[in-house]
Design a protein around this ligand. Structure first.
Ligand code: ZN
Length: 398
C-alpha cells in the first residue's frame, strides 16, 4: 500500500486529478460535493494523521467520514481562492485508490489520557514525527493535521466532545473526531447539526492556522456582503450561515507550501532573516489611512491588520485585514501600498479612542511570514501628516 501511495504522489493523482465524487461517499456528501470545482494539482500535500492512545481504537467509519469532511473543506478553500482571483487552488491531499483521503493512523505509546488538551500535543507530535521518520514516503509536506477521537468519560462524550488538543501550532494543527462527526448533519437545525458546525467549523479554522493563517476580520462592507470570515468567528458559522475567506488570508495561502503548484521545487519556510525595509510610513488622508512600504525584492505579499486592544494572543479575531497593492520599483525593490477607509473599521469599538495597532505581515517568496506591530493613536495622527514607522521589530510566523 505504501508503494502505491508513493507512486500516486509521483503521478500527481491527488484530489485535483480525480473528478468524480467517490461512489462510496454517502448521498448527503455526494449532494454537497456535486458543485465541486476542478482544483489545480499541487506539489505538496497535507499529512493527515489520525492519532489514538495505546488503549483506544479509531472511531467507526473514520476514513470515510473524515475524507468527506476534508474534501468539503478543500473545496471551500479552493472556491474562496478562486473567488479572490487566485485560481482554482487549494491545499493538496493524497488520495487512496477508492477516493478516500490517505489518513495515516498513528498509535501512541501511552494511554489516550496522556495526550490531553493543553499539553498532550508535545508527545503526540514527537511520536508522529518519529513515525513519519520511519515512513518517509508518507511525509508529503511540513504541514501536519492531527485528528484525535474525543475522550469518553464523566465530562466528554459524543454530544460533548473534547479533552484532546484542538489548536494550531506553527505548521501543525489539531482537531477532534466524535461519533456524530459526519457531514450528513451539515446545516441541519438539529442538536447534531449545531454540534457539527461547532466542531467542523473548528476543524476548518484550526486547519487554517496549520496552513499559516492568523486570525483576521473582513472590512465592515465585506462582512455585510459575505458574512463571517473563517479566520474570525467562522468556526461558529461554517456550514450554517455565510462564511468566507478574506483576500488577505488567501494571499498568504497562495505563497504557502501546500498550495504550490505541481512541479514547484521551492523549499518552503527556510528564510529566517526578515526582509530589509527601506521605507515605511503612514498618513491620514481625509477619512482614511494610507500605508506605504518599500521592501527587499523577495517580498511577495504584504497584509496590514488594524486591531484595537487588548493585543494578547487570541484577542486578534477582530483585526481587520487590508492586503496591500504590490509593485516593483525601478531599483528592483518591492513597493506595498494600502488605503484604509476608517469607515471600514466600524466593528473595531476602540479605534477612535486610545492606542490601536497596525500590524504589518510581510511574506517572502518561500512562504515565511514576518510580522511587525506599530502601535499608534489615531487622534495624534495629524491631518495630511506623514508618520514614519521607524525601524521594524519583526516576529517570525504569524
Ligand atoms: Zn483560531
Amino acid at each position: 500500500m505504501r508503494a502505491i501511495i508513493a507512486t500516486m504522489c509521483a503521478l500527481g493523482l491527488t484530489t485535483a486529478a480525480v473528478g468524480a465524487v467517490p461512489s462510496h461517499f454517502q448521498p448527503r456528501a455526494q449532494e454537497l460535493l456535486a458543485d465541486s470545482i476542478q482544483l489545480e494539482p499541487t506539489a505538496n500535500h497535507l499529512n493527515v494523521i489520525y492519532f489514538v492512545g495505546n488503549d483506544r481504537e479509531p472511531l467507526a467509519d473514520y476514513e470515510r467520514r473524515i475524507s468527506e469532511l476534508l474534501i468539503y473543506v478543500q473545496q471551500f478553500y479552493g472556491k474562496e481562492m478562486a473567488r479572490n482571483g487566485l485560481g482554482n487552488r487549494s491545499f493538496g491531499l493524497v488520495l487512496n485508490e477508492n477516493g478516500n483521503v490517505n489518513i495515516i493512523l498513528v498509535r501512541g505509546d501511552k494511554p489516550h489520557t496522556h495526550y490531553a488538551y493543553g499539553t498532550g500535543h508535545n508527545d503526540c507530535l514527537r511520536e508522529v514525527n518519529a513515525y513519519l521518520d520511519e515512513h518517509p514516503e508518507l511525509r508529503t509536506s511540513q504541514h501536519n493535521f492531527v485528528i484525535m477521537p474525543t475522550y469518553y468519560d464523566e465530562k466528554y462524550n459524543d454530544l460533548n466532545p473534547g479533552g484532546v488538543p484542538f489548536y494550531g501550532l506553527g505548521t501543525n494543527c489539531f482537531a477532534l473526531d466524535y461519533g456524530h462527526f459526519d457531514i450528513r448533519h451539515l446545516g441541519q437545525k438539529t442538536r447534531e447539526g449545531r454540534l457539527l458546525t461547532k466542531w467542523f467549523g473548528g476543524f476548518a479554522h484550526e486547519l487554517g492556522h496549520g496552513l499559516n493563517l492568523p486570525h483576521n476580520d473582513g472590512t465592515a462592507s465585506q462582512n455585510a456582503q459575505m458574512g463571517t470570515p473563517l479566520m474570525e468567528a467562522g468556526n461558529y458559522t461554517f456550514g450554517y450561515s455565510p462564511t468566507y475567506m478574506t483576500l488577505a488570508s488567501c494571499r498568504i495561502l497562495a505563497h504557502s507550501e501546500l498550495f504550490a503548484p505541481a512541479g514547484c521545487t521551492t523549499r518552503f519556510y527556510t528564510n529566517t532573516t526578515p526582509p530589509a525595509v527601506y521605507a515605511s510610513n503612514f498618513k491620514r488622508v481625509g477619512d482614511a489611512l494610507e500605508v506605504h512600504l518599500e521592501l527587499e525584492g523577495n517580498v511577495v505579499n504584504v497584509n496590514t491588520y488594524v486591531q484595537d486592544p487588548p493585543f494578547q494572543v487570541n484577542q486578534d479575531y477582530d483585526a481587520v485585514a487590508f492586503p496591500c497593492v504590490m509593485s516593483r520599483t525601478h531599483e528592483g525593490k518591492t513597493g506595498a501600498f494600502v488605503h484604509i477607509p476608517l469607515a471600514e473599521l466600524a466593528e473595531l469599538k476602540k479605534v477612535h479612542n486610545g492606542t490601536i495597532a497596525l500590524d504589518i505581515l510581510i511574506q517572502t517568496d518561500e512562504g515565511s511570514r514576518f510580522r511587525w506591530r506599530v502601535p499608534f493613536n489615531l487622534s495624534q495622527v495629524p491631518a495630511d501628516g506623514t508618520i514614519d514607522m521607524g525601524a521594524p521589530v519583526f516576529h517570525r510566523g504569524y
